[in-house]
Structure formats: structure tokens, C-alpha cells
Design a protein around this ligand. Structure first.
Ligand code: CTP
Ligand code: CA
Length: 222
């Protein structure tokens, strides 16, 4: 297999990856979500697998192909993703959370379909979801390492430094999601990488496959 001819420099690691959007159900036919494709996370998972790691993927509602020995846990909502990720985290050496988790979920209308008749506007209330990355960071042991992402529309360096510290991360990959050739639904990305030692790098616009490989290169250097 491909794995036999690729480097084995991640063997011994058990990597947890979250990817894709979450869906927060409101009524029988409607949900709150975002356009995340899950591609960045899928590339990171495949790169880790090729390099010999054991891989567990917690996937939002997107469909990617993974080799048979990758453990894929499919979830829908942020609460389900939280449950799955916190459940496997103690067994993992490494986490890389790429999912675009909904920060808030609508207070459900119920199991029936909301009907428009007689309504000329609609207000929906939201409640907050727990931060999965922050929760893993707070329980991170000395033998574990944790990578997060940051999706920004401005002040990328400041935001990256703030999230790295607040979530107790070893590395953060930040991107400006409103730039051409970057972010949601793109095959390429332009990222700013910061690690806990203060090393910062700005990478040129690269395919997400290449970014994935470089993230593991950098982590292994530390
Ligand atoms: N994240 C998570 N659980 C959440 C929200 C975010 O695990 N409930 C993770 C994302 O997977 C990503 C990182 O936290 O790795 C940063 O997500 P981002 O949306 O950029 O930052 P937030 O901390 O949610 O803050 P804000 O959206 O206000 O910028
Ligand atoms: Ca967020």
C-alpha cells in the first residue's frame, strides 16, 4: 500500500482529528450550519495515516474516503462532536481540531415542521455550545500535544496568539477565510502558523494536501 512507501515518522502516535461543519437542528426540516467541506481535516488525517499514525476522525456531516483502519466516528451536532472527541481524547497522543463547530445552537422549535402561515418575520434564540478544543486543552497531559485552527476575517496574528494561549495549544494554524484561494470550500489555503515557543511562520498559498504535510513536519521538529 501507499503507506508502505511513505515515511513512518508518526508511528506510535494516536491522532484525533475533528473535521467538517456541525448541524444544529431547529425544526423537522431546518438546521444552522456553515459551508465547511472538511477537506483540510481530511488531508491532515490522511497525512498522519500515511506517516504511520493511528488515526481517529470525528467527522461532521461530510463524506470523505478513509483507509479501512482509520476509525471514523460520524456526528451531526456540536454536542455529539463534543461527546465523541472528549471520549477518545484520553487514549490519544495528539489532537488536531479542524472542525468548524457552531458556537451557538438554535433553541429548537420542536420535532414538527415550523409553519409560515400568519408569520411575517421570525426570531430564533440561540444558546452556546461548549468549546471542544478548549476542553481538550484544559485536560491535556504532558504526553499529549494539541493543534487548533483559527478562522478569522481580520487581525489574524493577534487572534492566533490569543486562541493558542486561551486553549492551551502547542500550535495554531490561522487563516483569513475572506481571502481568495483560502478558507471554506477552497482546495488551497494561506495560513499563519504559531507555536507555543513563539515561532511564527507565514506560508504561501498552498494546496491543503501540502499544508497538512507541513503541519506534521513542524510538529515533529518540536
Ligand atoms: N472549536 C471547537 N469547539 C467549538 C468552537 C471551536 O473545538 N465549540 C475549535 C475549532 O475546531 C478550531 C478552534 O476551536 O480549531 C478555533 O475556532 P474559531 O471558530 O476560529 O474560534 P472560536 O474560539 O470559536 O472563537 P470565534 O469564533 O469567536 O473567533
Ligand atoms: Ca467559532
Amino acid at each position: 500500500s501507499l503507506r508502505a512507501v511513505s515515511p513512518d515518522d508518526m508511528s506510535g502516535k494516536h491522532v484525533l482529528i475533528t473535521l467538517g461543519p456541525t448541524r444544529e437542528k431547529w425544526d423537522a426540516v431546518r438546521f444552522w450550519s456553515n459551508p465547511s467541506s472538511g477537506l483540510m481535516g481530511a488531508c491532515i488525517a490522511m497525512a498522519a495515516w500515511l506517516r504511520g499514525a493511528k488515526v481517529t476522525v470525528v467527522s461532521g456531516p461530510v463524506n470523505w474516503w478513509f483507509p479501512a483502519d482509520v476509525n471514523v466516528i460520524k456526528v451531526d451536532s456540536a454536542r455529539q462532536m463534543f461527546e465523541a472527541a472528549t471520549d477518545v481524547w484520553p487514549e490519544c497522543t495528539t489532537g488536531c481540531l479542524t472542525a468548524a463547530v457552531a458556537d451557538f445552537r438554535p433553541v429548537p422549535h420542536g420535532d414538527s415542521k415550523f409553519k409560515k402561515a400568519g408569520q411575517d418575520s421570525l426570531s430564533v434564540n440561540f444558546e452556546s455550545n461548549s468549546d471542544i478544543l478548549k476542553t481538550l486543552g484544559a485536560t491535556k497531559r504532558d504526553d499529549q500535544e494539541l493543534i487548533g485552527f483559527a478562522a478569522e476575517t481580520s487581525d489574524i496574528e493577534k487572534a492566533a496568539a490569543g486562541k493558542l494561549k486561551a486553549k492551551n495549544l502547542d500550535m495554531i494554524i490561522a487563516n483569513l477565510i475572506n481571502m481568495p484561494g483560502a478558507g471554506f470550500e477552497s482546495f488551497t489555503n494561506s495560513v499563519y502558523v504559531l507555536d507555543k515557543s513563539g515561532r511564527a511562520e507565514e506560508w504561501p498559498n498552498l494546496p491543503k494536501t501540502e499544508i497538512a504535510w507541513r503541519i506534521w513536519d513542524l510538529l515533529l521538529q518540536n
